[in-house]
Design a protein around this ligand. Structure first.
Ligand SMILES: *Cc1c(COP(=O)(O)O)cnc(C)c1O
Length: 429
């Protein structure tokens, strides 16, 4: 059996950890089968508990953008560790990383570090509410902003825009302040604003969506959001937890030329350590404690090991003029060549891609929102996933997730991937 050790570890883990995992998607519920327990990661490859190697197209869901355990990052973290793991005081390092980011990202004057993307988005919404003095937010179906209560909201029936809790434990009281809209549906957003405009603190959006698979904004969607937020004096929050430092150093703001009022970060910013951040212009960030009245704090925020991993990763990217060209080119090759192979086989599909983010949807030729993504043939994806996994290629374990290509993935890995896909036969079983 291919995954013998992982199987045994998963059985044991389920005894001590709810569902055997510390974050649900890792349990492979969507694709079925046993989740692989990894024990090592280097460059483009993961090694599982059975000693099998995989070309990694997830890269810890984005952070390992320079490849796993990059020698420069490793050395920097080792040196930092010798100086202490955590001080609970300010450090020079925190200013250094803040400065690097602010000098190279459009439209932000100040940044606050936290320990996860969830914290970043939760705090950005609180800040937006504090700044505007309003309660409601708009979010889009299929966009994920972490697991804080305000975001675990699904569209209700009937009047589609009123949110309902999407998880037991989220109160109706919380749900009533989150309004739901379809991604890429600006008419619906306008309609919501015409009814609730004066109560809307912020619109939060993934500028390139990555949590319903990769879905791109269409028809000036983001530009229109910018306009309508300005019209109603609501804040536009770009959740750049995935796109920040990935689409370009300045994230989607730079890549798409649209400026948000608040931006949230995570994933790449920590270079594999638990880091998130939120940032914005002076006037808004001034409202944050201890300067302002909007409270937000964190015992391990700005942790020196995490800051060192993040800073070194960002410096590697910043110091390499062809970095984004390279990862984008690799991803474009994958996109084009995989699509050709599938077309030759007569398999209906669509590939959405922006920069080094991409997803394949089977059985559908256009995916612009969550409903489209849900209509795709996920049985086919699951078959594709397991077929490639058996051949040492590790895709995200769900058709609703995005592939994140790292700089360690080179021609050799791409060729191996294409060779495997060329031999794939989709049999409904
Ligand atoms: C991953 C993600 C989050 C949540 O970040 P965590 O670090 O998992 O809490 C928020 N927003 C987006 C867009 C994400 O992709």
């Amino acid at each position: 059996m291919l995954y013998q050790r992982s199987s045994a570890l998963f059985s044991e883990a389920q005894q001590y950890i709810p569902g055997g995992v510390n974050s649900p998607v890792r349990a492979f519920k969507s694709v079925g089968g046993v989740p692989l327990f990894m024990k090592e990661a280097k460059g483009a490859y993961l090694t599982d508990a059975d000693g099998r190697q995989y070309i990694d197209y997830i890269n810890s869901w984005g952070p390992a953008i320079v490849g796993h355990t990059h020698p420069t990052v490793l050395e920097a973290v080792q040196k930092q560790a010798e100086k202490g793991f955590s001080f609970g005081t300010p450090t020079e390092l925190e200013t250094e990383i803040a400065k690097l980011i602010i000098e190279n990202v459009p439209n932000i004057d100040q940044i606050r570090m936290v320990s996860s993307g969830t914290e970043a988005c939760m705090s950005a919404v609180r800040l937006a509410r504090g700044f505007t003095g309003r309660d409601k937010i708009i979010k889009f179906e299929g966009c994920y902003h972490g697991h804080s209560d305000a975001f675990l909201i699904k569209a209700g029936s009937g009047a589609a825009t009123f949110g309902n809790p999407n998880s037991p434990g989220v109160t109706q009281g919380t749900a009533k302040d989150t309004l739901l809209a379809r991604y890429n549906d600006i008419a619906q957003v306008k309609d919501i604003f015409s009814k609730f405009g004066a109560e809307i603190a912020a619109v939060i959006v993934e500028p390139i969506a990555g949590n319903m698979g990769c879905v791109l904004p269409e028809n000036d969607f983001l530009k229109e959001l910018r306009k309508i937020c300005d019209e109603y004096s609501s804040l536009l929050i770009f959740d750049e937890v995935m796109t920040g430092f990935r689409l370009s150093f300045g994230g989607a703001q730079e890549a798409l030329g649209i400026e948000a009022d608040l931006v949230t970060y995570g994933k790449v910013i920590g270079g594999g350590m638990p880091v998130g951040a939120f940032a914005g212009r002076q006037e808004i960030m001034n409202c944050l404690a201890p300067k302002g009245a909007v409270y937000q704090a964190g015992t391990l925020s700005g942790n020196p090991l995490a800051m060192r991993a993040g800073l070194t990763t960002l410096q590697l990217i910043r110091g390499d003029d062809s970095f984004y060209n390279r990862i984008n080119q690799t991803t474009e090759t994958l996109d084009i060549e995989v699509s050709k192979l599938l077309a030759t086989k007569g398999i209906e599909h669509t590939i959405n891609r922006k920069g080094s983010m991409m997803s394949i949807f089977f059985g559908i030729n256009k995916v612009s929102n969550f409903d489209d993504a849900a209509r795709a043939d996920h049985t086919a994806f699951n078959h594709f996933f397991h077929y490639l996994l058996e051949r040492g290629i590790y895709l995200p374990p769900s058709g609703f997730e995005t592939w994140f290509i790292s700089d360690a993935v080179k021609g050799e890995e791409v060729s191996k991937t294409l060779e495997a896909i060329e031999k794939w036969e989709y049999k409904k079983d």
